[in-house]
Ligand binder design. Structure first.
Ligand SMILES: Cc1ncc(COP(=O)(O)O)c(C=O)c1O
Length: 377
């Protein structure tokens, strides 16, 4: 028996912070790139051809970031870059050294900090303000005696931006190393690597393939490798490089790291649409210094999971907090640290916009939300 399912609505994706669709230009290039499957460490001609393409990608990415190609190390993604940064830089410090970070970092960075604590490093999680961000004054009060600071540039759940200029100046004054997780900032705001000693990035957040990332490390610093046993990436990240992923990363860099002003317009269209529904319904979290694509909204008295499901039924794909913790019913630690109650955190959605969204999709999302909020959840 054939089932007939009428398509009464269009499908609209509002989860760009979780992952960005692979860009069309990259999809078109894939068959050509897949032809370069040989190992870039092989000394024969096809292997060396891949090596050449890989090094060209490194050069192109370095140029986009305004740094030297010698400062770029390819990894398997943002998670590994954060571990390599933290574990690698801590490896150059005496055991017991003090590391400053925050409770609103991505879970993978918090994981790296846990490993370091187990190894005898002291980790201080700096208090955050009501937007979930560490204020420069808070860092000033704790920086004496610290060796390494790691603070993200833009938060994955709220989009809140850290004042990296002031943080950087303070770290420099005090001779403290500064790492930033720039995974969610790339493509959404300017990323100035001259302010930091190390920075993590991931290809799938800007339209490249999953499973590839990079760590920028200022020249003069040499992080300890997390894995041992190979000479790739100057021995700092051994393992055969993901050449297909790296080629996609360079392509995405060349076409996708300038923040798109239209995306902010869509986000603003969404937020003004919410305002017109009445202020008692919701609160937008993260403050005014947010990347232009993210709305993190608490719908008072509603269950976030149920809202996600109902919106999904209507063809609108949003998320509840970080993708990595979705599926668990625990409230977002980012929102709790910013002062939300457990109940409020569980009533919160993350709606993240991107270059393929349209004004009519945003209107449709607003209509759907209005209907769902009216009927209760
Ligand atoms: C801020 C931040 N850091 C790190 C990561 C991990 O990146 P990846 O998925 O490439 O491992 C993510 C992914 O969501 C992220 O948002």
């Amino acid at each position: 028996m054939r089932l007939f399912i009428p398509l009464v609505f269009s499908l609209a994706y509002f989860d760009y912070n979780s992952t960005h669709p692979i860009s069309q230009a990259i999809l078109e290039k894939m068959p050509e790139w897949a032809g370069h499957w040989q190992n870039p460490s092989s000394k024969h001609r096809p292997g060396q051809k891949v090596r050449g393409l890989l090094e060209q990608s490194r050069e192109e990415i370095a140029q986009c970031l305004g740094v030297s190609h010698k400062e770029i190390f390819f990894t398997s993604g943002g998670t590994e870059s954060n571990h390599l940064a933290l574990q690698g830089l801590a490896g150059c410090l005496p055991t017991g050294a003090l590391i400053l970070s925050s409770p609103t970092e991505h879970p993978c960075l918090l994981g790296a900090l846990q490993i370091l604590e187990r190894r005898g490093f002291r980790v201080c999680y700096l208090p955050v303000d009501s937007n979930g961000v560490v204020k420069p004054d808070v860092l000033r009060a704790h920086i004496t005696g610290a060796s390494l600071v790691s603070l993200m540039l833009a938060n994955n759940e709220t989009g809140a931006i850290t004042d990296i200029n002031s943080i950087s100046a303070m770290c420099r004054e005090n001779g403290v190393l500064l790492h930033t997780d720039a995974v969610q900032a790339l493509g959404k705001m300017e990323v100035d690597l001259s302010l930091v000693d190390a920075a993590s990035m991931s290809a799938h957040k800007i339209g490249g393939l999953k499973g590839v990332g990079l760590l920028y490390v200022r020249s003069g610093l040499k992080p300890d490798p997390v894995f041992l046993g190979g000479e790739q990436e100057k021995g700092i990240r051994p393992g055969t490089e993901n050449s297909l992923g790296i080629l996609s990363f360079a392509h995405a860099f060349k076409h996708g790291i300038q923040p798109n002003p239209l995306v902010r317009t869509l986000r603003d269209q969404f937020e003004s649409g919410l305002q017109s529904m009445g202020r008692d319904y919701f609160r937008i979290n993260g403050g005014i210094h947010r990347v232009g694509n993210t709305s993190n909204v608490t719908f008072f008295g509603y269950d976030g999971q149920s809202l996600v499901l109902q919106l999904d039924m209507d063809g609108h794909f949003v998320s509840m907090g970080a993708a990595c913790s979705s599926g668990s019913v625990k409230p977002s630690p980012v929102l709790l640290a910013a002062g939300l109650s457990e109940e409020e955190a569980k009533s919160t959605l993350r709606i993240s916009f991107g270059c393929y969204n349209t004004p009519s999709e945003v209107d449709s999302l607003l209509r759907s939300l209005k209907k769902i909020l009216k009927t209760g959840s």
